[in-house]
Design a protein around this ligand. Structure first.
Ligand code: 5GP
Length: 179
C-alpha cells in the first residue's frame, strides 16, 4: 500500500482534550456515589478510553471487550462478533461502554443486546465520534464527543487496515471505499 498524506486534522489534540475533560466532568456528576464499570471497546476506543477514564473523578473499574465489525477493506460485516469478552460478570452493575465511533449503529445495537442479556443495573454508551448521517439503526448514545460528517476518519485509536491508530489527532482519509 502506498503511503497516504493526510490533510489537516478535523479534530485537533487540543479540541479533543478539552471535550474529553467536559465528558469526564459530566460522567463524574452522573455517576456520583455509584460503583461504575467503564468498558472500552477494542481496538478503536483504546486511546479515547485511556484519556476519558483519567478525566473521570470517581474510583471506576475498567474492563475491555473486543468486537469485530469492519474487515480489512473497511466494509461493515453487518454482524458483530465478540472476539474477546469481558473478564467479569456485569450483573447488577452500572456499566458505561466506551466506543470510538458510531456509524451505522449496528455495533452498538448488537453490543447492547448482548450486554443487556447479562442483566447490568444500568447500561450507557459513550462514543468519541458520531457519524449520524450513516445510521441504519436508531441507537441512543448517552455521551458523544463530536458529531462528524460522513467521511472515513483515522487516528487517535481509529485505523485504516489496522494502521494510523497512533496519529495523535483525527484526520480524514480520502478515497476510502465504505459501503
Ligand atoms: P457501526 O457498527 O456503527 O457501523 O460501526 C462502528 C465501527 O466501525 C467503529 O467501532 C469503527 O471500528 C468502524 N468505523 C466506522 N466508521 C469509521 C471511520 O470513519 N473510521 C474508522 N477508522 N473506523 C470506522
Amino acid at each position: 500500500m502506498s503511503e497516504r498524506i493526510f490533510g489537516k486534522p478535523i479534530i485537533t489534540q487540543v479540541e479533543m482534550q478539552r471535550r474529553i475533560k467536559e465528558l469526564g466532568r459530566r460522567i463524574s456528576i452522573d455517576y456520583e456515589g455509584k460503583d461504575l464499570l467503564v468498558v472500552g471497546v477494542l481496538k478503536g476506543a483504546f486511546a479515547f478510553f485511556a484519556d476519558l477514564i483519567r478525566a473521570i473523578r470517581l474510583p471506576v473499574r475498567v474492563d475491555f471487550i473486543m468486537v469485530s465489525s469492519y474487515g480489512v477493506k473497511s466494509k461493515s460485516a453487518g454482524r458483530v462478533k465478540v472476539i474477546s469478552d469481558l473478564t467479569a460478570d456485569i450483573a447488577g452493575q452500572d456499566v458505561l461502554i466506551v466506543e470510538d465511533i458510531v456509524d451505522s449503529g449496528l455495533t452498538v445495537n448488537s453490543l447492547k443486546k448482548n450486554l443487556l442479556s447479562r442483566r447490568p443495573k444500568s447500561l450507557r454508551f459513550c462514543a468519541l465520534l458520531d457519524k449520524q448521517e450513516r445510521r441504519k439503526i436508531d441507537v441512543v448514545i448517552d455521551y458523544v464527543g463530536f458529531k462528524i460528517p460522513n467521511k472515513y476518519v483515522v487516528g487517535y485509536g481509529l485505523d485504516y487496515q489496522d494502521k494510523y491508530r497512533n496519529l495523535p489527532y483525527i484526520a480524514v482519509l480520502e478515497n476510502v471505499d465504505e459501503e
